[in-house]
Design a protein around this ligand. Structure first.
Ligand SMILES: CCCCCC/C=C\CC(=O)SCCNC(=O)CCNC(=O)[C@H](O)C(C)(C)COP(=O)(O)OP(=O)(O)OC[C@H]1O[C@@H](n2cnc3c(N)ncnc32)[C@H](O)[C@@H]1OP(=O)(O)O
Length: 286
């Protein structure tokens, strides 16, 4: 098993504090208080149990450190996040799947309710759970024209649970969310901007980071308390639904995922991941 470690260092030349875990790197700019969190779990930043646990640990640490904002991005070449690790869902061990799904719920609750503003800089493909990660931030900047983003769960023969769907509805509205989720369409950068899945686009990652920082600078003169209260009230019904239905959601998912039909669909999808040439899959599923 990989040894996990956390180290903290301060770089006196850049005035940045670095936090490094095995799959996440975080740098806090001392002057602005903005943390840049880079996901680095090759090959595709898929969300497995251990990765989700690291995300929660880091979010708690950033909260404790009272950062003023966070930019979430990827250190990989062409993938922001490939969504849930399909290996957690295919032929699952029920105990691990229970822990995985509970941790996914907790990750979402932590990210969706942060006391500081958050931006995702989407510098690569971002399907399903990857798109959900981006949607759970307050603002999204997508880089370049080569990547796809969207909710392709239906293409895997599965569906997004209510709290996933409500998060999307809050961003793009009921009608667009329904079309997006039922068709499983993966959007180009321009299409994503057009339907409001992302707030801004730009040519390269550096400019996207600048745009993200620019958005976070809006909060320099906003009381953190006013920010947090406003966000909580705005997101309250979706958050409360999950808090009230956590166990029911876990029980349903664990049972549903183990059903033969779902397992067959996942098997076929995993095969297609192996057999299609690189990047063909994501364009095939448009
Ligand atoms: C009540 C039920 C509730 C269910 C709720 C479900 C909610 C969310 C579901 C999900 O998030 S499911 C995951 C959806 N994700 C995808 O469909 C992405 C599939 N992947 C791709 O399209 C491509 O891999 C990519 C992301 C565009 C990257 O392409 P690239 O050419 O760079 O890399 P590949 O060669 O395709 O992949 C490398 C390596 O990674 C494996 N892999 C890719 N995605 C995943 C994944 N999501 N989980 C696990 N593993 C993944 C892929 O199989 C390759 O493995 P190897 O062949 O190297 O072993």
């Amino acid at each position: 098993m990989l040894r996990r470690y956390i180290s903290y260092t301060t770089n006196k030349f850049t005035n940045c504090r670095h936090v490094s875990q095995s799959m996440l790197q975080s740098t806090v700019d001392e002057k602005s208080g903005i943390a840049t969190v880079t996901m680095n779990k090759p090959p595709v930043n898929s969300l497995n149990l251990e990765f989700l646990e690291e995300i929660i640990t880091l979010l708690n640490k950033l909260q404790k450190d009272k950062v003023r904002g966070m930019i979430l991005t990827s250190g990989l070449q062409k993938v922001f996040c490939a969504g849930l690790d399909i290996k957690e869902l295919y032929k699952p061990n029920p105990d691990r799947l229970t822990k995985f799904w509970t941790t996914l719920q907790d990750t979402w609750l932590s990210l969706y309710t942060t006391s500081f503003p958050t931006v995702s800089v989407i510098n690569g493909h971002s399907p399903a759970g990857g798109c959900m990660l981006a949607m759970s931030c307050d603002y999204r900047v997508m880089v370049g024209q080569n990547y796809r983003i969207g909710f392709n769960e239906a293409k895997l023969g599965i569906f997004a649970p209510k709290w996933f769907q409500n998060t999307i509805i809050a961003v793009i509205g009921q009608r667009k969310a329904e079309v997006s989720l039922t068709t499983g369409k993966m959007y180009t950068t321009d299409e994503a901007l057009q339907i409001g899945l992302v707030d801004e686009t730009c040519a390269d990652a550096d400019s996207a980071l600048k745009k993200g920082t620019h958005f976070l600078n809006n909060f320099q003169n906003i009381s953190p308390w006013a920010y947090k209260m406003t966000k909580d009230i705005n997101r309250q019904s979706t958050i409360q639904w999950l808090i009230d239905n956590k166990q029911k959601d876990v029980d349903f998912t664990v049972e549903y995922m183990q059903s033969p039909g779902v397992q067959k669909n996942l098997e076929l999808y995993l095969q297609s991941l192996k057999s299609l040439p690189p990047l063909k899959l994501i364009s095939e599923i448009n």
